[in-house]
Design a binder for this molecule. Structure first.
Ligand code: 1HE
Length: 301
């Protein structure tokens, strides 16, 4: 609980918002809406262009700057960091998506001021902190993609664990043709999805991939009809939220590190994580349920 007793005195029930009960905090001089257990920084995120709500155990994180095609200015980057560093306890998975016709148009170019080299480093590093909070946070994150997924928008998508792209999606890295470079972790994450050669091509030539080819080369794991990415992403996130917590933790935090270790080290790390996961009472219960015929079999898709 993040509110003090004095804050609690000002909490009232509002039935009308989002069609369900929300606890609404009404400040005396600066009225705003806040669900009960959300960290106050989530409220600041709302004013910086991120809309946040919970759908059961899934945190729904919406980039909410459609008039600028959800271009990521400093406020939005800070908001993403705040949201993913302060998810409510009940969140077990998250979905990131964009409002309007596009997922995200990348860096807000209007903020590309004259920075000296040192300021540029700090700016890029602030993106690294925010996108690390997405990738290496507490819960797996599914990105629902549509329209433009370009520049920093692709960097954000590549920090998520699963990408679902609808048929309207297109991917590009216009940094190359704008005389700049990726700065939000893209040069680390994107080659892991599609390889150095394809990323080099995208930046050297301005190549744009459509949704079909994006899935083929590994930019997204799912390709769905136009308008259904959010529904599919939520469905996946709800399923992920029911996994044993240690399994999700291992997949987010151990697997990517193991994949970068020399094989000999990787095998040992794998053995350690596997033994920790299987020792959890929840793992024992799940395996027992299967052996007793009470858990679902793997079905041919
Ligand atoms: C923007 C931005 C932006 C749109 N920064 N304002 N990213 C890019 O180079 C992509 C630039 N954007 C586009 O190519 C197009 O806008 C889109 C393909 C994404 C969408 O096209 P469309 O026709 O739907 O929208 P629009 O009419 O181009 O833009 C609507 C408004 O959003 C307009 O502002 P307005 O005041 O004239 O209405 C645009 O200026 C504004 N807008 N995109 C600022 N990106 C950590 S390093 C990362 C480096 C990068 O990401 S570089 C790649 C930047």
């Amino acid at each position: 609980m993040f509110f003090s007793a004095a804050w609690k005195d000002n909490i009232v029930i509002d039935n009308n918002l989002f069609g369900k009960f929300l606890l609404t905090y009404k400040a005396v001089s600066d009225p705003y809406i806040m669900t009960q257990n959300f960290h106050p920084l989530l409220q600041r995120a709302e004013t910086n262009g991120i809309h946040f709500e919970m759908k059961g155990a899934v945190a729904m994180v919406r980039l909410s700057r459609p008039s600028k095609r959800n271009a990521l200015n400093d406020g939005l980057i800070e908001a993403l960091r705040d949201v993913f560093q302060n998810l409510p306890e009940e969140a077990k998975a998250a979905v990131v998506f964009g409002e309007g016709d596009h997922f995200c148009a990348g860096l807000d170019l209007s903020e590309l001021k004259e920075r000296d080299a040192g300021q540029g480093v700090y700016h890029s590093r602030s993106w690294h902190v925010a996108l690390d909070a997405v990738q290496l946070g507490r819960v797996p994150v599914v990105a629902a993609l549509h329209g433009a997924v370009v520049g920093g928008g692709l960097e954000l998508a590549s920090a998520c664990h699963i990408r679902v792209a609808d048929d309207s999606t297109f991917y590009a890295l216009p940094e190359g043709t704008r005389g700049i470079f990726v700065g939000g972790g893209g040069s680390v994450r994107i080659p892991k999805l599609i390889g150095v050669a394809r990323m080099t091509d995208m930046m050297l030539t301005g190549r744009v991939y459509n949704a079909v080819d994006g899935e083929r080369i590994g930019l997204a794991q799912y390709h769905v009809p136009t308008g259904t990415a959010l529904e599919k992403a939520l469905d996946l996130a709800q399923r992920i939220a029911t996994n044993a917590p240690m399994t999700n933790y291992a997949l987010m935090h151990a697997l990517p590190r193991i994949a970068e270790q020399p094989a000999d080290h990787g095998y040992l790390t794998e053995a350690l994580i596997a033994s920790i996961a299987q020792a959890a009472p929840e793992a024992k219960a799940r395996v027992k349920a299967f052996l007793e015929g009470k858990a679902a079999k793997v079905q041919k898709s």
